[in-house]
Design a protein around this ligand. Structure first.
Ligand SMILES: NC(=O)c1ccc[n+]([C@@H]2O[C@H](COP(=O)([O-])OP(=O)(O)OC[C@H]3O[C@@H](n4cnc5c(N)ncnc54)[C@H](OP(=O)(O)O)[C@@H]3O)[C@@H](O)[C@H]2O)c1
Length: 254
């Protein structure tokens, strides 16, 4: 990791969706800046592997198993993280990823509610769980995770697009409300990122076609997203709030 943000050293960073993919890479990136990291997900084994990676590199990390659609579990995670690492300075609500295509005519009510819960309500509940502490200390940085699918119509299912569009407004409105209280809120909207899950589902020829859709002629990497997260959380972005950054290789339409 080449970026260096000295102000992130000794900060406490909590990342939901930290057990794999973009969130795991972001956790490694913050740990490499000497932040203490708590990764949250449902898969204990995957969380243990991320924590082991970070500690093997000399970093400080813990895992917390929780379903982030459940506010009681999030309250428990906050207690666990604070007792082991201290108050959270940077909150990255990255869990989600229910974007696989479903024609809207086949999108059931149950599925619609489940995607909204997983990809939008989860971020609201995560922020609600940690907001009292951030407000009490009068400082902090919140990162939300949208998607290119929330910026324009896409092949992802409609509920995922709507949830991710909602995250953009959630970010702007919270930034307006919390800015005077010393808390910044910013959002990252990646296009196609080469996570394990995406690569497993996308044949190589499709990966090439997707890469060609981007002016920079490649898919993104989890590192591309992690670099953006470090920047937004750091003092280098001290006067930035309410933004959504399209980490999209130039494939932007607004
Ligand atoms: N990859 C892309 O191309 C791309 C593009 C745009 C946006 N995004 C967004 O980036 C975020 C991460 O995506 P990814 O591609 O890295 O996905 P991924 O590899 O499938 O990882 C998803 C992560 O979210 C966690 N998660 C999901 N639902 C959860 C729940 N209810 N409770 C707790 N943890 C939950 C998973 O934890 P467990 O598996 O441990 O439960 C896992 O750590 C998502 O919000 C996704 O919408 C991804």
């Amino acid at each position: 990791m080449s970026s260096s943000y000295p102000d992130l050293a000794d900060k406490v960073v909590l990342i939901t969706g930290g057990s794999r993919g973009i969130g795991a890479q972001t956790a490694r990136a913050f740990a490499a800046q000497r932040a203490g990291v708590c990764v949250v997900g449902r898969d204990q084994g995957a969380l243990d592997a991320v924590v082991a990676d970070i500690t093997a590199e000399g970093g400080s990390a813990m895992g917390a198993v929780a379903d982030v659609t459940d506010s009681a579990s999030l309250a428990r995670v906050r207690r666990e993280a604070e007792s082991r690492l201290g108050p959270v300075d940077v909150l990255a609500a990255f869990a989600g990823g229910q974007g696989f295509p479903v024609p809207s005519a086949d999108l059931t009510e149950e599925r619609w509610r489940q995607v909204l819960d997983s990809d939008l309500t989860s971020a609201f509940l995560t922020i609600q769980a940690f907001l009292p502490g951030l407000l009490e200390r009068g400082r902090g940085s919140i990162l939300t995770m949208s998607s290119a699918a929330g910026r324009r119509p896409s092949q992802a299912n409609l509920a995922y697009g709507v949830a991710n569009a909602g995250l953009v407004l959630l970010t702007r409105q919270l930034a307006t409300e919390l800015g005077p209280r010393g808390i910044r809120v910013n959002c990252i909207a990646p296009s196609s990122i080469r996570t394990e899950k995406v690569l497993a589902r996308m044949p190589p020829e499709v990966q090439e076609q997707v890469a060609a859709l981007h002016p920079l002629r490649r898919m993104g990497t989890p590192q591309d997203v992690a670099h953006t997260a470090l920047f937004l959380a750091s003092d280098a972005a001290a006067w930035l709030t309410g933004l959504t950054i399209d980490v999209a290789g130039g494939r932007i339409t607004q």
